[in-house]
Design a protein around this ligand. Structure first.
Ligand SMILES: Cc1cc2nc3c(=O)[nH]c(=O)nc-3n(C[C@H](O)[C@H](O)[C@H](O)COP(=O)(O)OP(=O)(O)OC[C@H]3O[C@@H](n4cnc5c(N)ncnc54)[C@H](O)[C@@H]3O)c2cc1C
Length: 387
């Protein structure tokens, strides 16, 4: 986006990337349909940036969800709004958009240099790259770093920049997993039996978070959209207290009293599992969770059983590693940057995208702010060059 703004204004732009092709993570996001943005009102949209709203909102005012949809349309990619309000390209793919975009940049004179890995600066302040032909130095009037976070390192963003930016005196909050899964100390029986199974239509409560949705049981613990949505506060709680206990309502449309009434019916020779399925429609991994966490003697106490169905506590013991997360929290702190995203103590060097210190849930909030911050950095360079 920065290259687009600058090349439109006649600035000569060179884009360097360590990978052998561009936009790998963007293409990976396309595998899930490419959730570009969200259709809710702007006031609702900005609430998803928590205490970084102050810094993110002005960027989104310049280039927000509506502008993003128009931009995609100008590149020949129509979007649609899904039932959840999320916005996707009609083709549910990233490649047509990326192709059209790169062509436009190429037509505007942007030069691309692949397999150039930035490793910091030389003494004369030129950029230092590792390339297949050995080390290369590059001089530029201005530089925009858009090196991504630290998840899915195989797609290019490995967070290696944290060290050399720190050494250059830039304040960087350590990268942490965001929109990530969590470890649960499953018994080997539960793990083997339910690994990969979805737990659908439950209400997850954690602190002030309360949302209905679904997630997946993994060998290590839990992952999926409902878990990601609450992941920031769960991660912070584990960091502070060593664990986080989430509560699941596994029968959100039924009351405690209804459950007791149904469960009280005699079950004769039927097993408890089939009684639960017949009377309150609980089966599979949900019943597995009951067996996993309820002491055996409480299974016959219907009051307690109903309470567990409505408020099943699941202890999370660790966030999954950064490399597995959808995105990163942490990054270049806003106090190190001016309003044009230029680093205070490195004049002429700007930052954009996920490498900045903000986080947001999935739902299109990530890409929208990456795009918006790219534009702000591009406009910032323009002002810097003009000055
Ligand atoms: C599986 C998955 C699905 C996702 N789905 C969505 C979604 O549907 N909607 C959404 O909003 N977000 C989604 N995201 C998140 C979104 O893709 C990222 O937030 C976004 O791509 C970040 O953009 P960026 O330009 O800041 O960084 P990146 O896209 O990571 O790009 C950074 C680039 O910098 C290059 N680079 C890094 N270090 C160096 C270096 N030292 N030298 C040279 N080049 C370097 C990398 O090769 C890379 O090309 C998803 C993420 C994942 C992993």
């Amino acid at each position: 986006m920065a290259a687009e703004v600058l090349s439109q204004h006649g600035v000569k732009v060179d884009v360097y990337d360590s990978m052998s092709s561009l936009g790998r993570k963007f293409l990976m996001a396309g595998k899930g349909g490419l959730n570009l943005t969200h259709s809710e009102s702007f006031e609702q949209f900005v609430l998803h940036y928590g205490n970084r709203r102050t810094q993110i909102e002005p960027m989104l005012k310049l280039f927000g969800p509506d502008e993003l949809r128009k931009w995609a349309q100008q590149l020949g990619v129509e979007t649609f709004t899904g039932t959840s309000g999320r916005v996707f390209p009609k083709e549910m793919k990233a490649s047509p958009l990326l192709r059209a975009w790169l062509k436009r940049l190429d037509d505007q004179g942007v030069n691309f240099h692949l397999r150039y890995k930035l490793v910091g600066w030389n003494e004369d302040k030129s950029l230092k790259f590792e390339t297949p032909e050995g080390e290369k130095s590059v001089n530029a009037d201005a530089v925009i770093l858009a090196l991504g976070g630290g998840s899915w390192a195989r797609l290019g963003s490995d967070g290696a920049w944290v060290n050399w930016l720190n050494q250059a005196g830039v304040k960087v909050e350590p990268l942490k997993p965001s929109n990530c899964g969590f470890d649960v100390a499953w018994s080997s029986h539960f793990r083997e039996r339910f690994n990969g199974q979805p737990i659908k239509s439950v209400v997850l409560t954690f602190q002030s978070f309360r949302q209905q949705g679904e997630f997946i049981v993994t060998k290590e613990g839990v992952e999926g959209s409902l878990i990601y949505a609450a992941s920031a506060s769960m991660r912070d709680e584990i960091e502070a207290k060593g664990k986080a206990i989430i509560t699941l309502d596994m029968s959100p449309d039924r009351s405690h009293e209804w459950l007791i009434e149904k469960l009280s019916k005699p079950h004769g020779s039927r097993s408890m599992a089939s009684h639960l399925e017949k009377t309150v429609r609980l089966k599979g991994a949900k019943v597995g969770l009951l067996h996993e966490f309820i002491p055996k003697e409480d299974f016959t106490d219907l009051e307690k059983l109903a309470t567990f169905i409505k408020q099943m506590p699941i202890p999370l013991i660790a966030a999954r590693p950064l490399d597995e997360a959808i995105s990163s929290a942490g990054g270049v702190m806003f106090e190190s940057l001016d309003e044009n995203l230029m680093i205070h103590n490195l004049p002429g060097i700007f930052c954009a995208g996920e490498m900045l210190d903000w986080e947001a849930p999935t739902g299109g909030y990530l890409l929208t702010t990456c795009f918006a911050s790219g534009r702000v950095a591009g406009l910032g360079v323009l002002k810097w060059l003009q000055a």
